[in-house]
Every structure is written in C-alpha cells, then in structure tokens.
Design a protein around this ligand. Structure first.
Ligand code: MG
Length: 395
C-alpha cells in the first residue's frame, strides 16, 4: 500500500461529553470561532487521499450538527449507537451498505473531540498498515502513574515503562475491522477499536503522534486548545478602497458605515453605495486571498440592487470564519469634503463594532479632505480606505 492509497474515515461525534459538564456536547463547542469537530474535519477533507468521510452523530444533536457543517460537502450523518463501540460498528455497517469500501481499503476511526490532527499523522498511520493490520496514534507516558481510591488517596504504583496513552485516529483495513466487530458484537468491554481488533487476534502498532493531539474532555482542555491554536496563527493584512459619486438627486440621508448620515445628494450606486462597508469588505477579502467584492457580488446581478451593504460585509466575515480566522482590528479613512465624520463618528463606530463583532477599541474611524483638490475636493464623490488585520491558522 502506498501513502496515497485512498482511505475512508469514520468520524465519531455521537458522544454526549458528560465529563465536559456543558449543556452542549463538547464537539459542538466553539474553538477559536469554529465548532471543535470542524478543526479535524477540515484536516481530513483537505487530505489528497481521502476517499470518503462519514460522521456518526447522536440523532438528538442533528440541529447542532447541521449548523456545524452546513457549508461542507459531506454525506448525511450516520446514527450512533449506545456506546462508542456500537457507533463504530454502525459506521462500518453503513460503509458496507454503500458498497464503496473494498476489504483491503484503509479505514481511519477518529474522535471528533481531537481537533489537532495532522496530515503527517494520517500518513504515518497509513504507512503502518503496510506491515500491521491495526495501528493507533499514541503518546508515551512521561508522568508518574498511580491509582487513587474514591477519596483521592494514592494507592497502587503503576510501572510506566513502555506505557502509552492511546489516541485517535486508529487505522485498520475495512474487512478486518468489520469482521472483528461482527465477531464481538455483543461484547461491550472495549473503549476503542484497537481493543476489538486485538480480541479478534490482531496485533496493534502504536505510532508516536507528531504533534499535540489533545482530546477535549474537560473545560480546561478547551482553554489549552485555544492557546495552542492562537500560538500557530499567522498575521495577515488586507486593504480596501472604494469610491462612489454623488448624483444630483436630492436626499436627506446617505448610507455610510452602516448608518444613515445626513446629506443633501444621493450616491450613485447599484447597492446602497456604502463606501465604508465596501472598502471594509474588500479589505477582508484581500486579507484571506479571496478576490474582491465585485467577484462575490457582481454589480450586473439584479439581486444586489439597492442591497444593504451589511450583507456583503457579513459574507466576507463568514468566509474568514470558514478559514478558521479571526479579525483583529480595522482602521478606516473616509476621504471627502462632506459629510463630516465628527457628528456621526460615535454612532458609526458603534454600528461597525456590532457588524464586525469587534470591541469599539478595535474599530478606528478617521476622515480627511484632499484640500479641495480632485473629485473629492470638488465634492463630486466620496472615497474610503480600509485596512484590516486578521489571524489565520496555517493551511
Ligand atoms: Mg462600492
């Protein structure tokens, strides 16, 4: 088997996460703006050898699941069982029903609460299947191991020599794992699939994980995971510039920065002509390398006629979030003789803070004239520049 051999993934997300202590299962909790499960899903979905991926969920979590993956092109979820072993088995039976997995195809089983998977770890597991029928990621135990009684008083000493903490993914050949589960269908003692395979007579190779592969079990794990992700963020910037002309049509207000600003002449525009939001949208799209506002919202498309430009900004924020990114701050410069910014600065800053979901201290608004020079000096139109700073996780 070569590293590029297509593999299937059964993604176990049916747990209720009782130890986490939250009303919402931990796999759906937010981790740096994305549901916990999305982090590992994104890693699998960008692996070049992925053949199919199936998420196993608790049907009671269907609405949470749909909200978490609504923009991903993945098959409908599989219903989980009453424990982890039954959920794995349900996933295997589903693969069998679909008829898309050959007996020798690798199947990786992963826990949705482990967000820090890497392509390198996936490749190492697939490589281990060259010589073994069962493989798991693991971490050698470095800490002193002791048992404790119910009063938390230490009792037995445990020799940590050659001890490993087993993780996921775990890798198998489809036919072997299905046969092992079928043979041990009514045996409930197993907490992972390697255990099922070993009981069916297979040896498991443990592969040392290459990077942090922590499992979100307790609330403090989520804090640790946030720190890990933030330490890997890459800072990026984007800039946007927009101009709209004033028409001769009289009006009482024009739209700027998401609010109505008193002015006597309408703006010429296909949408509401909000140069501040247009410049901000372009700056965000620039920061994430995703074209410009005209690409996403062509002025030739009638659906954007007279549209509230907050829609464009929201779309750019959604694209940023889909990339696991976060917005740090924005700096905006309006360039015009009129209207004046000072009377509306506070209201506009407040509105932008709401639209951008940023504290007002991270939203700066400036204005300048061009000393009566050029089209802004002749009051023929208004221009705006925006610069944004974002942080993205490495691809
Ligand atoms: Mg514009």
């Amino acid at each position: 088997m070569k590293l590029s051999t297509p593999f299937h993934v059964l993604f176990l997300a049916a747990g209720s996460g009782e130890r986490f202590g939250s009303a919402r299962p931990k796999q759906y909790e937010s981790l740096c703006g994305l549901p916990v499960m999305r982090h590992a899903l994104n890693i699998f979905l960008t692996h070049p050898a992925l053949k199919s991926l199936h998420v196993i969920i608790n049907p009671a979590h269907t609405s949470l699941y749909q909200a978490a993956v609504h923009d991903l092109n993945i098959p409908d979820p599989v219903s989980g069982g009453k424990d982890r072993k039954e959920s794995s088995f349900n996933g295997l039976k589903h693969l069998c029903d679909l008829g898309i997995a050959a007996p020798d195809d690798p199947v990786l089983i992963h826990d949705a609460a482990r967000p820090f998977l890497s392509h390198q770890d996936i490749d190492h597991l697939l490589e281990a299947l060259h010589t073994h029928t069962s493989a798991t990621l693991g971490k050698p135990i470095a800490e002193t191991l002791r048992r404790a009684n119910s009063a938390h008083i230490l009792t037995d000493r445990i020799d940590r020599t050659h001890c490993w903490a087993l993780q996921t993914p775990q890798a198998f050949r489809f036919g072997d794992l299905l046969a092992a589960h079928q043979a041990l269908e009514h045996d409930r003692q197993f907490t992972d699939d390697c255990g099922v395979m070993e009981a069916a007579g297979h040896d498991t190779k443990v592969v040392r994980r290459s990077s942090s592969n922590i499992k979100i079990t307790w609330p403090e794990d989520l804090v640790e995971a946030e720190k890990l992700i933030m330490s890997s963020y890459i800072p990026l910037v984007g800039q946007g510039f927009d101009v709209h002309a004033f028409s001769d049509t009289p009006t009482r207000y024009i739209r700027l920065g998401g609010i109505d600003v008193p002015h006597s002449r309408k703006l010429s525009a296909h949408s509401d002509g909000d140069v501040v939001l247009h410049a901000l949208t372009d700056a965000l799209l620039g920061a994430i390398g995703d074209g410009d506002i005209g690409l996403h919202f062509p002025p030739s498309d009638p659906q954007w006629k007279d549209k509230d430009s907050a829609v464009f900004l929201e779309k750019a924020l959604e694209l940023l979030q889909q990339k696991g990114g976060r917005l740090n701050n924005v700096d905006i410069t309006m360039i015009c003789e009129s209207p004046k910014l000072t009377p509306v600065r506070d209201a506009m800053r407040h509105r932008l803070s709401t639209l951008l979901r940023l504290p007002e201290s991270r939203v700066n608004l400036k204005a300048t004239t061009t000393e009566k020079l050029g089209f802004t000096g002749r009051e023929e139109g208004i221009a705006c520049q925006a610069i944004v700073s974002v942080s993205l996780t490495p691809c």
